[in-house]
Design a binder for this molecule. Structure first.
Ligand SMILES: C[S@@+](CC[C@H](N)C(=O)[O-])C[C@H]1O[C@@H](n2cnc3c(N)ncnc32)[C@H](O)[C@@H]1O
Length: 245
């Protein structure tokens, strides 16, 4: 059985207490599939006041996180886990994708470094981490929430964490298509009926409907994804029939 270890370097370890101790992540941890450890960056400060930031060279608003405490914290974790892959959460990094989440889920150890203030000294990126990762084109106040997003996206792909492994194969971005619309009881809500085919009991027709619905949703909402997809003749025919307004 494989265990994926997450080490999180942050000035706010308390932000991880509840999210990592609920639901899927809690169960996976209890079953030995995941391990989480937070490391308070201030413990690695070189300053008697436990400061980990300073004024930016060249001026400008806000403070910048020092490189040395971050380097010392990473080195301390790596003494136990020398093969850990080290990631700096940063809006300037490449954006997290489902493909990247799959790649990270195959690692045995990930170190996530959370920035704060105006960001981190550039030498963290150059000398201390393997890569940067953004969770989207917007700016958060700190890397903690971004680290939690990475943890959740990656953890659910670790074998055994989800009960039904097929669910991660069929869902959005795995194809790469958005997932088809899902329905459960009641069959009718505010005059909107569940598509008849889904209650037909015909697995072939249901599969065809799901593929068509996924193509339609992707074409409407994320047409960029279709460029990466190997379209079958059936897919092309289905797309031709769509009225995308
Ligand atoms: C206020 S932000 C710094 C933003 C920086 N001044 C800039 O313009 O790129 C502070 C920290 O939050 C984290 N952060 C903010 N937005 C993020 C995003 N979209 N993805 C990942 N981390 C993010 C990073 O760790 C960053 O160092």
């Amino acid at each position: 059985m494989k265990t994926l270890q997450f080490d999180i370097i942050t000035i706010f370890p308390g932000m991880f207490t509840s999210p990592l101790d609920e639901s899927l992540l809690k169960k996976a941890r209890e079953r030995g599939l995941l391990e989480f450890k937070t490391h308070d960056l201030r413990e690695y400060s070189l300053n008697k006041h436990r400061k980990v930031d300073d004024y930016p060279f060249g001026g400008g608003v806000g403070m910048v996180m020092n490189v040395e405490p971050i380097e010392r914290a990473i080195e301390a974790v790596k003494r136990d886990r020398p093969r850990a892959r080290t990631i700096l959460l940063s809006p300037g990094g490449p954006t997290l994708t489902q493909e990247k989440a799959w790649e990270l889920s195959r690692e045995e150890s990930l170190i996530l470094v959370c920035g704060r203030y105006e960001g981190v000294d550039e030498r963290v990126r150059l000398f201390c981490v393997d890569e940067e990762l953004s969770i989207g084109d917007y700016v958060l106040a700190g890397g903690e929430v971004a680290a939690l997003v990475v943890i959740e996206a990656v953890s659910r792909l670790v074998p055994g964490v989800l009960g039904d492994e097929t669910s991660v194969v069929e869902e959005s971005f795995s194809a790469p298509l958005l997932e088809y619309p899902q329905y459960t009881r009641p069959r009718e809500f505010k005059g909107h009926e569940v598509p008849e085919v889904l209650v037909s009991g015909d697995p072939k027709k249901i599969k065809e409907w799901q593929r068509r619905a996924a193509l339609e949703k992707t074409a409407r909402v994320r047409p960029d994804l279709l460029k990466k997809l190997q379209l079958t003749d059936g897919d092309k025919a289905a797309l031709r029939q769509l009225d995308l307004g």
